[in-house]
Design a protein around this ligand. Structure first.
Ligand code: MN
Length: 150
């Protein structure tokens, strides 16, 4: 991770020396067309990481929950998200708060990728995927059931 003072943008939504990574290494988690870039990894000073995720049109993130929280800012495109039992319509520059243990999933809508910054603490628990029982419970809310991708 670069400790440079200024990390210049190269292409739009790409930065000098910041690799574009696979979203998750865990092959058990279900997702589609999404990349991850770690912009700041300043655990020593802030105990936090700032990541940039990009979901291609038609793609989605893992449906998951965990003890740690996320603070999200959309900086590219548009999309929708499930947070808890709410389904949100997202536009560029919207903010999203994902509290601990809230089920969440992001999806790109439209022709452009959905890109968002996501602030997370460095020391954190692993995301948990829904069990069949969790899915049944989520499905009892018709809107949520229709939204989620697994
Ligand atoms: Mn998460």
């Amino acid at each position: 991770m670069s400790q440079k003072t200024h990390i210049a943008r190269t292409d739009p939504f790409r930065w000098e020396g910041v690799p574009v990574l696979a979203y998750k290494e865990d092959p058990g988690s279900h997702f589609k067309s999404i990349s991850r870039q770690v912009l700041f990894d300043d655990g020593k000073h802030f105990g936090a990481q700032l990541r940039y995720f990009e979901i291609a049109p038609g793609g989605h993130s893992t449906l998951e929950r965990h003890d740690h929280a996320h603070s999200v800012m959309v900086i590219r495109g548009a999309g929708r998200a499930l947070v808890g039992s709410e389904i949100l319509d997202l536009r560029t520059h919207d903010l999203v708060r994902v509290p601990p243990q809230a089920w969440h999933q992001f999806r790109a809508t439209g022709d452009e990728p959905l890109g968002f910054l996501c602030l997370v603490r460095s020391e954190r628990d692993k995301p948990r995927m829904p069990t069949p029982e969790d899915l049944r419970e989520m499905g009892s809310d018709g809107n949520v059931g229709a939204f989620i991708r697994t």
